[in-house]
Design a protein around this ligand. Structure first.
Ligand SMILES: [Ca+2]
Length: 348
């Protein structure tokens, strides 16, 4: 078993508690207090506020295709993208779309209206984790890539099988920062130090010009880019990652809780009056995030993703807390509800 100390050579910070070995493929994150959020980019990241997390283990990289395949073989799990949407859950939906499928990105021939995601997203029948680009695509040479087309309930099912949990947003963001409190990126404040990409993001004008500076279009093998200060791989870029927190359109401010810094904060219920399909926070951006669109390959960046939605740029990683799995984990949601926004079929 590889000790996390070998990852960065900083044993004082990365040693697990009580001399315990880290579980295979996981890295110990020492607890701490940090500034969560950002005031400099998108409204949902505001306000910057203080939060504290206890130490925990986190998967060193996102869950890979090979790891997910092992889970499916042992459990027979069928992902949401492999099941047909129930017509009753999607009133008014085009029946043509009520077939198993998932959202797949397609590069456009030229510049398009960036306000309409339908210009580059399509619900593709037959797209799922085994066929990430739709029928006719497969997983050849992708074993070490992050698994994709994962809905929230799929991530929760995997975590339960692995004896782990999904991270809270605070845990995820604290880990992504790698000890650099308040930095813009997981590696510092400069986008491409030395002119070299530090994460699998989109270089060029989204969504029509992919310069492929890092050599990848789409996902990349986990670990193809340098680790952050905690030795973690692909926290930002490559694939978005689910967290257990429900999405709120902004953070609570420090003034909301003058008594103390919240410890292990988590949002365990959807905000009142929010849309019918619950949304959870996804973090880290993806290979589709570009400077001209969705500048979200940053620890503070966040989006709300409907629990029934899966895409070619959305995966997950797990955590393990000292008090074991299940502590405060949000259970899987009902898949959808009547009068839903049909998020699964219509995109973000
Ligand atoms: Ca990521």
């Amino acid at each position: 078993m590889r000790s996390p100390m070998t990852v960065t050579g900083r044993p004082d910070r990365l040693a697990a508690p009580d001399g315990q070995d880290s579980p295979r493929g996981m890295t110990w994150i020492p607890g701490g207090t940090f500034r969560m959020g950002s005031a400099d980019f998108y409204p949902e990241e505001r306000p910057v506020h203080r939060a504290a997390v206890d130490g925990f283990w986190i998967d060193t990289g996102p869950v890979t295709v090979a790891e997910f395949r092992r889970f499916v073989k042992q459990t027979g799990h069928v992902t949401m993208a492999e099941r047909a949407p129930e017509a009753a859950d999607y009133p008014g939906a085009d029946p043509v779309l009520l077939v198993p499928g998932s959202l797949v990105f397609a590069m456009t021939k030229g510049p398009v209206d960036l306000r309409d995601v339908r210009n580059w997203w399509a619900y593709v029948p037959g797209a799922n984790w085994r066929h990430p680009g739709g029928p006719g695509t497969d997983l050849s040479r992708r074993d070490r890539h992050p698994v994709t087309h994962i809905a929230y309930s799929d991530a929760v099912a995997y975590a339960a099988w692995a004896g782990k949990d999904l991270p809270t947003e605070a845990e995820w963001e604290f880990a992504a920062r790698g000890g650099l409190d308040g930095a813009i990126f997981a590696w510092g404040d400069e986008y491409m130090p030395g002119g070299r990409p530090r994460a699998n993001t989109w270089q060029g004008e989204f969504p029509w010009q992919n310069l492929r500076l890092p050599g990848y279009a789409g996902t990349s093998p986990v670990g193809a880019f340098p680790p952050n200060g905690y030795g973690l791989r692909d926290m930002t870029g490559n694939v978005w990652e689910w967290t257990s927190d429900y999405f709120r359109p902004r953070h609570p401010g420090d003034a909301d809780k003058p008594c103390c810094v919240p410890r292990n904060p988590r949002v365990t219920a959807a905000p009142a009056g929010s849309e019918d399909i619950p949304r959870h926070v996804i973090k880290g951006g993806s290979h589709l995030c570009a400077p001209n669109y969705c500048l979200r390959y940053r620890p503070a960046a966040r989006q709300g993703e409907a629990v029934d939605t899966s895409t070619c740029h959305l995966g997950f990683r797990c955590v393990l807390r000292r008090n074991g799995p299940g502590a405060g984990n949000c259970p899987p949601e009902r898949l959808s509800r009547p009068d839903s926004g049909m998020a699964r079929l219509t995109g973000v």
